[in-house]
Design a binder for this molecule. Structure first.
Ligand code: ADP
Length: 488
């Protein structure tokens, strides 16, 4: 089966969040299951500056955009040991920029950038030659691909029989733009209706993908249910409910070649379940040095790694850590980047509790690995969470997640109760309501459990043994691809 994976970010080329982890790992997982996989991403400055073996592919073409066109230069990356092929679409005007999507606000031409990327990808699929079986699109940036395949390229033999899958990684980001951007797409105005591409007067690229794709998937079964109702559907709940027969939830896996404490180059010492305490201590020493502390702290280390935005429960974290910091019971470490207000508030609490709250504002892949290895507890108090990867990484690195009961967090964390602890199925602590009291209570339960060392060791061991590799999820994607190829 020939599969084209299309994403606006993918490890190792460029990353702002979990989408990049998924789009980086899934192609290899599918290739391991017998698919012939090609990944397509934009050639951002970030991707080109990493020293990866990227070369011109000898393919160039003009992509119609509005009444004009823009040139696409195709680059290719062949990495040793990788089975999936990777192409990058270059256009320096659009992608040679310091960040992927914008700075304080989005780039004003994001519609044009990703309309170009989507159309160039379909053109590339045609030029590489077919037949393609599956065009797998991730998030709004690729939402036009299913529409292009059906409306403008249906007679091209390379994609004529290709089926399209639209995978939603976060309903909160839909790629909505003013209606005149419709002109850039080259698609006829007759499709600018509430049934297809229009959403309250605007062009909506995620909606377009959901409407035109043969199947829709999202990144956990619980989130697949949540987005068919308010508030999870963010306005598209009716459309998603109408597509319920073609909508599946497949939990993300994690790339165990990158996220594995037994061979992680970002850690000072490899560790596994049997020497987790030594491994964590070594990581703590390295983290303390990195943060400018003379020695590691003996108190439990509670961490957060993620985007500093409302969705991630930053207000809850601020409340909880301000209260707990005063008790002197724990050490907090927060790594993230995001909203200016959130960053400022976190800097303020860190300044108020030096040595107890450490805050690093920035995006640092290596530090994210080190923090997960050093931490005893990882906070994921999200308002909503399509899948969430940090709680999966935390489990693998022996850091117990404290999560809110929402989306993929429900599907991937088993609350530690007397019954689940006895049964050996517990992997974390779960709270229900999106409020600081809930987080504080769950964190309190975790800290009590932490003090019972033999029980804590068992809990950590059980969390570390969870298999979140791509094996199972990759197979579910293959089953989905086979189902739609068979026309079901
Ligand atoms: P989302 O995709 O909503 O941002 P996920 O939990 O699915 O959330 O994935 C987040 C990914 O981004 C993880 O790999 C996490 O380690 C990484 N990440 C987030 N913020 C940072 C940061 N400031 N530095 C390094 N890695 C980060």
């Amino acid at each position: 089966m020939r599969v084209l994976e299309i994403a606006s970010e993918a490890v190792p080329f460029a990353k702002t969040g979990g989408l990049a982890d998924v789009a980086g790992a899934l192609p290899e997982a599918l290739a391991g299951l017998g698919c012939e996989v090609t990944l397509v991403v934009p050639a951002y400055a970030e991707a080109l500056g990493k020293g990866l073996p990227i070369e011109p592919a000898g393919i160039e073409f003009d992509v119609p955009i509005g009444t004009g066109s823009r040139r696409a230069r195709i680059l290719r990356c062949r990495r040793e040991g990788q089975r999936a092929d990777a192409y990058l679409i270059a256009n320096d005007d659009l992608f040679d920029r310091p960040t992927l999507y914008g700075g304080a606000g989005d780039y004003p031409d994001n519609a044009e950038r990703f309309i170009f990327f989507s159309r160039a990808t379909v053109e590339l699929a045609c030029r590489l030659g077919g037949p393609w079986d599956i065009l797998h699109c991730h998030d709004w940036q690729t939402g036009l691909v299913p529409a292009y395949r059906r409306l403008l390229y249906a007679s091209n033999p390379a994609v004529a029989n290709a089926r399209t899958v639209m995978t939603i990684h976060n309903m909160a980001y839909q790629g909505t733009f003013w209606h005149w951007d419709m002109l850039l797409t080259g698609i006829d105005w007759s499709h600018f209706t509430w049934r297809e591409m229009e959403f309250y007067g605007q062009l909506n690229l995620l909606k377009t993908g959901i409407v035109f794709a043969d199947a829709v998937s999202t990144v956990s079964p619980t989130y697949a249910r949540e987005i068919q109702a308010t508030p999870g559907g963010c306005g598209l709940e009716g459309l998603l409910a109408s597509r319920r027969d073609s909508l599946v939830g497949i939990v993300n896996g994690i790339d165990t070649s990158l996220w594995n404490p037994a061979c992680d180059p970002h850690l000072p010492r490899a560790f596994g379940e049997n020497d987790v305490e030594d491994g964590k201590y070594a990581a703590r020493v390295a983290l303390a040095a990195r943060l400018g502390h003379a020695a590691p702290d003996a108190r439990p280390l509670v961490a957060f790694v993620g985007r500093l935005v409302e969705q991630k429960g930053i207000t809850l974290i601020l409340d909880a850590i301000t209260k707990l910091a005063g008790t002197g019971r724990v050490h907090f470490m927060i790594l993230g980047t995001g909203g200016e207000a959130e960053e400022q508030s976190l800097r303020r609490v860190a300044a108020a509790y030096p040595g107890t709250i450490d805050v690093v504002i920035g995006f640092d892949e290596g530090l994210a690995h080190l923090v997960q290895a050093a931490a005893d507890i990882t906070l994921v108090p999200s308002r909503f969470e399509p899948c969430g990867l940090t709680q999966l990484y935390a489990q693998r690195y022996g850091s117990i997640p404290v999560v809110r009961a929402t989306g993929g967090l429900i599907d991937t964390v088993v609350d530690a109760t007397p019954e689940t602890i006895r049964a050996g199925s517990a992997t974390g602590f779960v709270f229900q309501g999106f409020d600081a009291a809930g987080l504080e209570h769950a964190l309190g339960r975790a800290l009590v459990a932490y003090d019972d060392k033999p029980a804590w060791r068992r809990l950590v061991g059980h969390a570390m043994r969870q298999d979140w590799s791509w094996q199972a999820s990759g197979r579910e994607y293959v089953r989905l691809f086979e189902r739609i190829r068979a026309g079901a």
